[in-house]
Design a protein around this ligand. Structure first.
Ligand code: UD1
Ligand code: MG
Length: 452
């Protein structure tokens, strides 16, 4: 959408979060609040995106510079209020002659389509400002929309509201679209309120005083404009997102046994006939195929899981998992693990940067790291790839159809050919050619029992 710029306010101290982290960096479903706002604004492709930062916001700037190169930053040295924050963007935007969408960095759930309607409406109605409002049951803490004869007259903040105004259920979302009269209105804002701050909300009455048209749009879904000012509101927003995701999944043929006892990230993709049991935590970046079962206190993030797989009480991070794979109970699948079709990784086994080819099994108490395991390999209980010499990591390669007995150590780098047999209890330090039997353990001795 051309001919508009977006201003994201993110300089506030966020005192109510009681945190050493800036408020907008707190995560909602794994993504910082400010990134949610940046994402919905960016989808509209504005001419400029300007983020207002406080003087202690290096962490926000560093994070946003890393995720987008299109953002301009301006600094509000002292946090003197939301109008004062927008004033800091004047030097960047004054000559743009376009509409300005102003949005708080703490309103993460708003949809791009809602922002698009706001900007379009402000242009169409040729208004000096269009305010996005919502009808809520509990308006405490929000600016109230005060109307006169059905028209927006002014916005009053909680601390300045009269008893009658406090009863108003229509609230200011903190999202507005202005035309170029914004800058003139801002210069007239005075800190005449309980908090002695310069309020952006005062521009509404000021623009009305200029005789300009001011408009209002009521958002359909009030949850979209939920502001996050404290931990309780952050937790509520998590629930809103989770409930929405659960509903979407249930509607598309996924079973969730106890929807109150799972976490499923907003971006999870799950195929039909998959069953999610209580206690499962699906974090960001996960896709799960069809007809899978995920059971019991399993945590999955940044991973792709193929159809018909089963995950039981396991931790899966950064893995690519094929079809008909069985993981757990109590497995740890770490980044760089690639488990091909029909693989089994079982009780208390750990994999890291390891390819386990199809039909292979790592069923009990093993660590397979920096390794390539061929097809149809059986890894016996307690097998360890000794991959680290204290300085560098080294690879273990185990050829297809090999059989590894229990309690084997592979001192990497080491290469085992195809169809090899490694005797139980061996510590393998040299390569084993294909088809050979390797026994690398002390020979058993039988001695006369000493009487105690
Ligand atoms: C604000 C609105 C209120 C609205 C609510 C919606 C004002 C005066 N009030 O209240 O009407 O109902 O949002 O969620 O605008 N910020 C700065 N610099 C500052 C102060 C704040 O950049 O000096 C930023 C904050 O980082 C935040 C945003 O502005 O992202 C809003 O500030 P906040 O303190 O959360 O305002 P609310 O009390 O929520
Ligand atoms: Mg707020």
């Amino acid at each position: 959408m051309k001919n508009f710029s977006a201003v994201i306010l993110a300089a506030g101290a966020g005192i109510r979060m009681k945190s050493s982290l800036p408020k907008v960096m707190h995560k909602l479903s794994g993504k910082p609040l400010v990134k949610w706002v940046v994402d919905s604004v960016s989808a509209l492709k504005p001419d400029n995106i300007v983020v207002v930062l406080g003087c202690d916001s290096e962490i926000v700037e560093k994070y946003l510079s890393g995720v987008s190169s299109n953002i301009k930053f301006v600094y509000q040295k002292e946090q003197l209020g939301t109008a004062h924050a927008v004033m800091q963007t004047e030097k960047v935007l004054k000559d743009c002659d376009s509409n300005v969408l102003v949005i708080s960095g703490d309103v993460p759930l708003v949809k791009s389509s809602t922002l698009a309607s706001l900007v379009k409406s402000n242009k169409k109605t040729v208004s000096a400002v269009t305010v996005l409002s919502a009808e809520v049951e509990n308006s405490f803490g929000y600016g109230r929309i005060v109307k006169n004869n059905g028209f927006l007259e002014k916005i009053v903040e909680e601390k300045d509201a009269s008893v009658a105004e406090k009863q108003i259920k229509e609230i200011n979302s903190g999202i507005y679209c202005f035309n170029k009269n914004l800058w003139k209105a801002l210069s007239k804002v005075k800190p005449n309120n309980a908090k002695k701050e310069y309020y952006i909300t005062d521009t509404v009455a000021i623009l009305r005083g200029f005789g300009k048209k001011i408009s209002l749009i009521v958002v359909k879904d009030k949850n979209e404009v939920k502001g996050i000012n404290n931990r309780a509101e952050l937790a509520q927003a998590e629930l809103i997102l989770k409930d929405k995701k659960v509903k979407e999944l249930l509607d598309s043929g996924i079973s969730i046994i106890d929807a109150n006892n799972v976490h499923i990230s907003y971006d999870a993709r799950i195929g039909r006939d998959t069953v999610i049991y209580p206690g499962v935590f699906i974090d960001t970046g996960v896709s799960i195929g069809r007809s899978c079962t995920v059971k019991g206190a399993s945590y999955i993030t940044n991973s792709k899981i193929g159809d018909d797989s089963i995950i039981l009480y396991s931790y899966v991070d950064g893995a690519v998992i094929g079809k008909k794979v069985k993981i757990g109970p109590f497995s740890h699948i770490r980044p760089g693990s690639i488990l091909r079709n029909n693989v089994k990784v079982g009780n208390f086994s750990e994999t890291k940067k390891a390819v386990i080819s199809k039909n292979s099994k790592v069923n009990h108490l093993s660590y397979i790291g920096d390794a390539y395991v061929g097809e149809d390999v059986n890894i016996g209980a307690g097998t360890i790839t000794c991959n680290y010499d204290g300085i560098n990591k080294h690879q273990t390669i185990i050829g297809s159809k090999s059989f590894v007995g229990s309690n084997v150590n592979f001192v990497a780098p080491v290469r085992i050919g195809q169809g090899a047999l490694i005797a139980a209890g061996s510590t393998v330090t040299c390569d084993v050619p294909s088809g050979k039997l390797a026994i690398a353990r002390a020979k058993q001795e039988l001695k006369r029992k000493i009487k105690l």
